[in-house]
Design a protein around this ligand. Sequence first.
Ligand SMILES: NC(=O)C1=CN([C@@H]2O[C@H](COP(=O)(O)OP(=O)(O)OC[C@H]3O[C@@H](n4cnc5c(N)ncnc54)[C@H](O)[C@@H]3O)[C@@H](O)[C@H]2O)C=CC1
Ligand SMILES: CC(C)CC(=O)C(=O)O
Ligand SMILES: [Mg+2]
Length: 354
Amino acid sequence: MVDSASAQHIRLAVVAGDGIGTEVVEQGLLALESALHGSGTTVATTDFDLGARRWHATGETLTDTDLDAIRAHDAILLGAIGDPTVPSGVLERGLLLKLRFALDHYVNLRPSKLFPGVASPLANPGDVDFVVVREGTEGPYVGNGGAIRVGTPHEVANEVSVNTAFGVERVVRDAFARAAARPRKKLTLVHKHNVLVHAGHLWRRTVEAVNAEFPDVTVDYLHVDAATIFLVTNPSRFDVIVTDNLFGDILTDLAAAITGGIGLAASANINPDRTAPSMFEPVHGSAPDIAGQGKADPTATVLSVALLLEHLGHTDAARRVEAAVAADIAERRGAERVRSTAEVGKDLAARIAG
Ligand SMILES: NC(=O)C1=CN([C@@H]2O[C@H](COP(=O)(O)OP(=O)(O)OC[C@H]3O[C@@H](n4cnc5c(N)ncnc54)[C@H](O)[C@@H]3O)[C@@H](O)[C@H]2O)C=CC1
Ligand SMILES: CC(C)CC(=O)C(=O)O
Ligand SMILES: [Mg+2]
């Protein structure tokens, strides 16, 4: 199928990672191949052996050499990182977050859409179609902390959230631009400025200041605890949400749950300045409880491939992937048989091919 984007050669770094990461990435790559078939655009993939296996074998998570090699690509497709045999945090911090920070993925974009036919746990979900713009390089995830007297009754453990005017402003501006480009033009800042007064007020002031550049955008504010209420009772009130790294992480698992489950939730870690490749991955983790059983839904990864295609200018191909997913999802409800990861991937690839 011919795409509107001019033919490209895409150098794709593939980090399948741990657990179900390897299973879903395989299906994501099938979808990508199917979406670009006949377009003249070619894809050359480089597999990066990163994750638990590598750590056990070498003690390495992500070396400078790995990073340099990854930088030489146009985009990254990532499955999931994290394994119960590795101390919690080693791979998540030393690999996943390191990639996001080093490649300056300051916009962590997480769309939430209730596809027609999808069963939501909400009785009356309404028309749910919003996007969370989660800050991706700051907040409590930067590793600014420490603990003293560890393991004693007098232990003190700190995890300091870092919020810079530079970092907040650039992600807020991106969120405003996204809101301005959407029909409803509404931006909701989610924070907790009644308690987190230093960071919260920086976010609030920044949103107020940048709003002057986007006068068409209506601004709303919710404390994060209240936001969890409205995500369940009235999710259609949201259009674009902008929030920090931690709140965005939590809210997007909830957003996934109300829109059909974590197996459908896609994300993009975007470097808007294009100084390094952006990274596309499902919202979910490595799901050790179902790993290796062919039970993982690869749809989130396939939808992440749509975000990747869009980012690289292959808009038509991205729309075809989304349409294939929508059509597949519409037929899932009441289906007699649960399909395996590979079967869903194969069906999606066939639908994309048309
Ligand atoms: N981006 C990433 O690589 C992420 C990594 N993690 C890591 O993954 C590991 C497991 O974390 P959890 O908190 O259990 O979160 P998780 O997202 O891996 O799993 C939560 C629940 O959702 C289910 N699930 C997840 N993806 C699914 C899919 N595609 N299809 C069907 N069911 C699916 C799992 O079976 C599990 O019951 C940890 O090491 C964690 O740090 C967690 C979140 C994101
Ligand atoms: C494992 C964390 C570092 C990341 C996470 O949960 C996420 O980005 O959704
Ligand atoms: Mg998460």
